[in-house]
Design a protein around this ligand. Sequence first.
Ligand code: NAD
Ligand code: UDP
Length: 363
Amino acid sequence: MRMRIGRQCTDAMLLCGMDAGQRFLCPGLGHASSVGDYMLERRRSVLVTGGAGFLGSHLCQKLLDQGNHVICADNFYTGTRDNLTSMMTNPRFEVLRHDVTFPLYVEVDEIYNLACPASPIHYQYDPVQTTKTSVHGAINMLGLAKRIRAKILQASTSEVYGDPDMHPQVEDYWGRVNPIGPRACYDEGKRCAETLFFDYRRQNGVSIKVARIFNTYGPRMAAYDGRVISNFIVQALTGQPITIYGDGLQTRSFCYVDDLIDGLIRLMETPDDVVGPINLGNPAEFTMLKLAEQVIELTGSRSEIRFMPLPTDDPRQRQPSITRARETLGWTPTMPLREGLLRTIAYFEDLVRNDIETRIAAE
Ligand code: NAD
Ligand code: UDP
């Protein structure tokens, strides 16, 4: 631990320099302090697995903004270097190409374990690898946390509730998951990861946190990952039909990415006895029909709605109970769907425009 603090100081000294009174002048921290004070600063060294993905890249950015050292480990299966562009020149940021199904040796204070494809078409493309990522990934990251005595947070999911017969979903509900269906590689993989987290705590005293994340959206979602918000927005912006699966009366509750990242960091900062699982999501619940109408209105699109078959085991309804998050973390999402959609639409407008310009230039 001492060496880590020392290393941070060395890094900082390269950047900061000393004044005549032997005080740090630190641009990153925005203040001057004595060497001793600086040594005691609570700057952490943090590993984010899946850091090049949608949520991971926002988390890395927020942790850097707070002054931490961040290591992003990612195999770039669904994540991209484009998501990391704004961080690449930051001397407190490091990227490792690494697959979490293999062991990793780094020295950090905290681990956020986000590595895992999250969209159904991505996680069903190679289901065996998806299960391995959740299960072997959890074992490897928990083993690391145990060895270096780091706190570790698992990005679990509302999918552990499956197609729920309890509504809204509270954390004590054990769920209704089909263990042999096409979604099982993700759902059961995440459930097993939760089991491992709690067993490493009971057996080895590892300091764990488990967040059950509900559908989250925002800038940096991949354009063609098949998730409903990215699909609807790209379809609306490009004049393609909006594809509604089933009758469109199934529901989801959508959380804006900034709210979610705030919740994850709050959870990591709780004392050791707060372990979760804790639902993180926005309880405002919408049918997919309502969502389609809202996207069409906000984009001013003329796209028609096209009904398509409902995928197997698609949950009928989903809404988080966030009482535990409110009481334990003082956390409530603040971004209304309309405002969040407008920001996400602006992001996809840029992507679509760049895509068209690139194609024109290539012709
Ligand atoms: P994403 O697909 O954008 O990001 C996942 C990241 O993990 C990608 O960068 C990918 O390359 C990386 N990855 C995948 N397999 C890996 C492996 N074996 N080794 C190393 N890296 C690997 O998805 P996201 O939406 O950012 O989701 C991040 C995490 O949050 C996931 O664990 C997901 O299950 C969880 N989650 C997300 C949502 C959501 O709505 N976005 C909801 C519930 C849970
Ligand atoms: N969905 C849809 N049209 C699409 C993509 C998804 O109607 O083009 C539906 C999907 O069947 C599901 C909901 O939208 O009922 C949310 O799907 P998503 O893949 O975003 O998340 P998840 O099912 O994992 O919650």
